[in-house]
Design a protein around this ligand. Structure first.
Ligand code: HEM
Ligand code: HEM
Ligand code: FE2
Length: 457
């Protein structure tokens, strides 16, 4: 840690870890309900557990993005944060918003708009938090006078994410209009501006970990951002096939949706070639696993599994089935969970003086168990989804009859999700088992050298 104020990131990461754990509890509950009978049917039905599961996901990933930004910006701009106090106020407001939203869902207090279920007062707090965040980061950069391209891409992603939340604040009576604008937030977040946030973290990590030349990396970052824009904006149309809008959206969605994976192929090549060209300049090999892993898993989950159902002729059958859940899990995990875990793994040794820089063996177990568990979960959803589409959509079997026939895939889902959860549990344990000390690098160098802290665990 070069700057004292970077320590705020630790508390954002700690909150993200706790919410990540809780997200999985509600995921496992949602999965168990597919096996029935459901003793919690009248207390915690499936719709409630699923809403809590997906909302906790969004909240913890955004908490991770904020923490990672508070870590990265001082490093890039070579200065302390503008206001540590504001960063903590933002975190407290954010946590109150997230926790009270979850409690509200338990009592059916929500808007029912998928992934944007937060009631209006909560959405207003989200806007306030975003404004504090943008102000704090903006002032930090302004004060320093140093603004790198990597930071520029990150800021573009953060500011656009806030702007794209505006359609989610409005209420639309007409269902088609409501769905139409819902995708301006959801699709343009996950396949547009969050991609920029991810690409910026990826560039930052690759420059630090591989020692790759900043100028070359940032030149390619522009290309990736350009590709995301070209395909991602009109790619929104791959959600407009069956929602009651004119049919000209079909070819537009088919064409631009199919172009979207190009940026993800670019991103994976970018990560691979940085390592191949420049090697490893930093001892933190565990962070490198998460970084390169994220680029590759995104290509698989978002690129390949997104492409699989983006065509109108396929989506006609798969729309809103477990095929969507298959892709949603692999894409979200690869792109956003893994990049946050990469930033955490990179930053963590700087917060705790006894933590080995190269990562602990528990950290490696956490990585491989999560990866294999998530791969297994993706295949479970995929096999369940193929069965569902065939039985329900092609053979015309009733929804519940089809669900009974595919129950075995949910046993596989729970088994693989358990492996995944053990991996997450180990990550969380590894996170909290060293007490943070928050010394800057200069302060640490001033202390007598610790002989046992490298490669010992
Ligand atoms: C990291 C990037 C991505 C993430 C996190 C992501 C996540 C998701 C999620 C959560 C959904 C379900 C949304 C809902 O129903 O409310 C979804 C739907 C969809 N995604 Fe992605 N996605 C990503 C990239 C892509 C890409 C690159 C493509 C195309 C090549 C794609 C194609 C689709 C399609 C066609 C649907 C609609 C499925 C349906 O009709 O039910 N996605 N995505
Ligand atoms: C213990 C691990 C997990 C289990 C058992 C689990 C299970 C589930 C289940 C059963 C659903 C409902 C699917 C449906 O609508 O029928 C769901 C939805 C979802 N989960 Fe998970 N999940 C887990 C972890 C995760 C993780 C780590 C992520 C992301 C990083 C994630 C992202 C999502 C998303 C985006 C949806 C909504 C998908 C859609 O709209 O179709 N889940 N999960
Ligand atoms: Fe999309």
């Amino acid at each position: 840690m070069r700057y004292k104020s970077q320590s705020v990131a630790y508390w954002y990461f700690a909150v993200a870890m706790a919410l990540f754990g809780l997200q999985l509890v509600f995921g496992l509950l949602s999965a168990a309900k597919y096996l029935g009978p459901d003793p919690l049917l009248y207390i915690l039905p499936f719709d409630v557990t699923k809403v809590i599961h997906t909302n906790l996901l969004i909240v913890w990933v955004l908490t991770g993005f904020m923490g990672a930004t508070y870590w990265m910006v001082p490093d890039e701009s070579r200065t302390e944060l503008h206001s540590v106090k504001l960063a903590y106020i933002q975190l407290v407001l954010w946590v109150i918003m997230g926790v009270s939203a979850v409690i509200g869902y338990l009592f059916r207090y929500g808007t029912g708009n998928k992934l944007l279920e937060q009631p209006l007062p909560h959405k207003i707090v989200i806007v306030i938090c975003m404004l504090i965040f943008i102000y704090n980061i903006g002032m930090t950069i302004k004060k320093s006078g140093r603004f790198t391209t990597t930071e520029g891409v990150l800021m573009l992603g953060v500011v656009s994410s806030a702007l794209l939340f505006i359609p989610a604040l409005l209420h639309y009576e007409n269902y088609t209009v409501s769905i139409f604008y819902r995708w301006w937030t959801i699709h343009l977040w996950v396949e547009g501006v969050w991609m920029m946030i991810m690409a910026a973290f990826l560039a930052y990590l690759l420059i630090r970990l591989s020692g790759a030349d900043r100028e070359v990396m940032e030149k390619w970052l522009y290309v990736i951002v350009g590709l995301v824009f070209i395909a991602g904006i009109l790619g929104t149309a791959h959600h407009y096939y069956w929602v009651g809008v004119p049919t000209y959206w079909l070819p537009i969605g088919g064409f631009f949706g199919a172009l979207e994976p190009v940026a993800l192929v670019g991103m994976a090549i970018y990560a691979y070639s940085a390592i191949k060209r420049s090697g490893l300049a930093h001892p933190n090999t565990l962070a490198l696993h998460w970084t390169v892993g994220s680029a590759i898993f995104t290509l698989f989950g978002a690129g390949l599994l997104g492409l699989a159902h983006t065509w109108p002729s396929i989506n006609k059958w798969t729309h809103g089935t477990l095929i969507t859940a298959m892709h949603g899990h692999a894409a979200f995990y690869g792109a956003y969970a893994m990049i946050v875990l990469a930033m955490i793994t990179y930053a963590l040794p700087s917060f705790c003086k006894d933590r080995p820089e190269a990562g602990t063996s528990i950290g490696y177990w956490a990585f491989w168990l999560q990866l294999s568990g998530m791969l297994g979960m993706t295949f479970s959803f995929a096999t369940a989804g193929i069965g569902q589409v065939y039985l329900e959509r092609i053979m015309g079997m009733g929804y519940l009859d089809a669900q009974l026939k595919i129950q075995v895939h949910f046993l596989m889902l729970i088994a693989t999700a358990t492996i995944f959860s053990v991996g997450v549990g180990l990550f969380i344990y590894d996170f909290f088992r060293y007490r943070p000390s928050f010394n800057t690098a200069a302060e640490q160098n001033a202390q007598p050298p610790l002989t046992s802290n490298v490669h010992s665990k």
